[in-house]
Design a protein around this ligand. Structure first.
Ligand code: ATP
Length: 332
């Protein structure tokens, strides 16, 4: 039996993670869940939204399924997500974005994988007030991290039969920082002649994505552009409710949806659990439970095929009703 850390966050976190666990248990996957609560609910008792025990558990188990965790604004805490990614050196953020059968969207030919550098850029958190009216935020780009993420993107492309990798930067303006990211991508691209390499500026990339997304395959981006562009690509396939993600490092992997804790709908049983279910399917693939992962994916897609949708996708079922329908399809 494999032990997997289950990071239960806040907002819609508990609702969607319960859904995923119920479905995985119904599929009879042999997992021993190591439940670790994080976020707003544990601050008072433990003094931090990300207590050390959570990191220790992921280090020990090597794999985690995580629901969103809110970082309280203005209370002196570093972002939980950024800290987790940095502490565990989860340097690659992988966000596959592919049309979901029966979910109606503007385009029916989206099949993009966003590979986002996860440890530096403006997320390094190096900010200071120069005087009362001037704030500086330092954008950190290193050759080591840029080459490492470029290598990840090309290796992913080769292993998953992808034909093209596009480096997305603003190297015409941020000549040194984005320039270094691009130079690193070019260097690694030369080692993979079988994969087409393209370069595109991030503003043009956004425009092209909303006009003709099928021209893109794997997108390789520094941290901040990766965050923004992956929300855009989520919008192309039905929104944040269906966008899956994974944070991968040398020793650990944390699977989590692209979306945040959605406080506006928390506690109402309204959230769409699809994004975390698809993230969990990737987690099952990662631990070698491909067959069970495929079974769950089929049951989820069958549910959509039956016209059953949560509110964000124009339907009327609750998160728990949607979960029960998937389990029913799983057992049929
Ligand atoms: P963060 O900065 O933490 O990523 P965010 O500001 O991007 O968070 P989210 O919490 O992701 O915000 O939510 C953005 C919008 O998408 C909200 O209106 C929210 O209700 C909606 N949303 C996010 N996730 C889901 C979901 N699983 N199901 C339904 N709606 C969702």
């Amino acid at each position: 039996m494999k032990t997997i850390t289950l990071i239960q966050g806040d907002g819609i976190g508990p609702e969607i993670i319960n859904s995923a666990v119920k479905i995985i248990d119904a599929a009879k996957v042999n997992i021993d869940w190591d439940l670790q609560t994080a976020g707003a609910g544990v601050i008072e008792k433990e003094g931090s939204p990300l207590p050390a025990r959570v990191l220790e558990s992921v280090r020990k188990n090597g794999v985690a399924l995580k629901s969103p965790v809110t970082t309280p604004i203005g209370k002196g805490f570093r972002s939980v997500n950024v800290t987790l990614r940095k502490e565990l050196d989860l340097y690659a953020n992988l966000r596959p974005c592919c049309n979901i059968p029966s979910v109606k969207t503007r385009f029916d030919n989206v099949d993009i994988v966003v590979v986002r550098e996860n440890t530096e850029d403006l997320y390094a958190g190096v900010e200071k007030m120069i005087d009362n009216n001037t704030a500086h935020s330092i954008k950190i780009i290193t050759r080591k991290a840029s080459e490492r993420i470029a290598k990840f993107a090309f290796e992913y492309a080769v292993k998953n039969n992808r034909k093209q990798v596009s480096a997305v930067t603003k190297a015409n303006i941020c000549k040194l920082s984005d320039g270094l990211f691009l130079e690193s991508a070019r260097k690694i691209a030369a080692e993979y002649p079988q994969v087409q390499f393209k370069e595109i500026l991030v503003d043009n990339c956004c425009m092209q994505l909303v006009q003709n997304p099928s021209q893109f395959d794997v997108l390789l981006l520094p941290n901040l552009y990766g965050d923004i562009v992956s929300d855009l690509t989520a919008g192309l396939i039905g929104g944040l409710g269906v966008a899956q993600g994974a944070n991968i490092g040398e020793n650990c992997a944390v699977f989590e949806p692209v979306h945040g804790s959605a406080p506006d709908i928390a506690g109402q049983d309204k959230a769409n659990p699809t994004a975390i279910i698809l993230s969990a399917v990737e987690m099952l693939n990662y631990i070698g439970e491909k067959e069970k992962g495929q079974m769950i994916k089929n049951a989820l897609f069958e549910t959509f095929k039956q016209g059953i949708f949560t509110v964000d996708l124009g339907g009327g079922v609750s998160c728990s009703e949607f979960t029960d329908k998937i389990i029913k399809n799983l057992q049929e």
